[in-house]
Ligand binder design. Structure first.
Ligand SMILES: NC(=O)c1ccc[n+]([C@@H]2O[C@H](COP(=O)([O-])OP(=O)(O)OC[C@H]3O[C@@H](n4cnc5c(N)ncnc54)[C@H](O)[C@@H]3O)[C@@H](O)[C@H]2O)c1
Length: 246
């Protein structure tokens, strides 16, 4: 049964929410930590006992420990950890305070270490896996994104470090999404993306949260998987496209 339990950080919206829904549809039980409340669409599952939810900061050791302990006690273990929480800020270097730098690094990178550490015994027992959500910004940048890019590069490195330390019991991989349209459905109706937003992608469209959710589920659901320590780029081909201005 522990194989079918997954802990997801930052799942009240966006990619984390879609990933929770993907696992729930596949009959998993899902532990969630988010600073925001559990969204309405997930409340029924909480009533059914298929979601354990802790509202809190993913960087708060006590809140993180509370969720991990509850999953270990009430569900007898954890089959997979999906480190997904993340914040993005675009700030020029000279205006980026040390506090803001630390907030981004703490949220996007240190929380991934914290949850890996707290879940490791349970994951070893279940021969489970970790999926970390990085970004193509680990590999390429636009101006004024030093903290975010650094945090995402750190996740790629943390992924291979953990894969070597925790193998063969626990597989550890990361996914680096490109542009994923995480605005909710009502906003999407009001402000559709431009045709050029889609056309610039070799795949012909901007990504959807479900694209990432499907890949996370596939990585977790493999039996005796042979994939570990890898960074998978999921960006509709954008990082393979050469761009020169005419
Ligand atoms: N959307 C994209 O285009 C894109 C591209 C590449 C990578 N990513 C990565 O995917 C992940 C999810 O991004 P998203 O676009 O779905 O973001 P989102 O803002 O839609 O969702 C993030 C969730 O994390 C929660 N959260 C933020 N800080 C928190 C904290 N300190 N503690 C607890 N919860 C917290 C938010 O409340 C929210 O529910 C992030 O790691 C992000 O960097 C997103």
């Amino acid at each position: 049964m522990q194989k079918k339990t997954v802990l997801i950080t930052g799942a009240s919206s966006g990619i984390g929410l879609a990933t929770s829904q993907r696992f729930l549809a596949a009959q998993y039980r899902v532990g969630i930590i988010d600073k925001d409340p559990l969204p309405e669409v997930l409340k029924l599952y909480e009533k059914e006992g298929r979601i354990l939810f802790v509202q809190g900061e993913a960087t708060d050791e006590q809140a993180a420990t509370r969720l991990v302990n509850r999953m270990n006690q009430e569900w007898r273990g954890i089959g997979a950890l999906v480190n997904n929480v993340g914040i993005f800020k675009k700030v020029p270097l000279t205006e980026l305070s040390l506090k803001a730098w630390r907030e981004i690094l703490d949220t996007n990178l240190t929380s991934y270490f914290l949850f890996a550490k707290l879940c490791v015994e349970s994951l070893k027992a279940s021969h489970g896996c970790i999926v970390n959500i990085a970004s193509t910004r680990a590999l390429q940048s636009e101006a004024d994104t030093e903290a975010y890019a650094t945090s995402k590069g750190g996740i790629v490195a943390l992924t291979h470090a953990l894969a070597i330390s925790l193998g063969p019991d626990v597989r550890v991989n990361c996914i680096s999404p490109g542009w994923i349209d995480t605005r909710d459905a009502s906003t999407k109706k009001q402000e559709p993306l431009k045709p050029s937003d889609h056309q610039q992608h070799p795949a012909g469209r901007v990504g959807e949260p479900e694209d990432v959710a499907e890949f996370v589920h596939w990585l977790v659901d493999q039996q005796k998987g042979f994939i570990t320590g890898q960074n998978f780029i999921l960006d509709g081909g954008m990082t393979r496209k050469m761009i020169y201005e005419e």
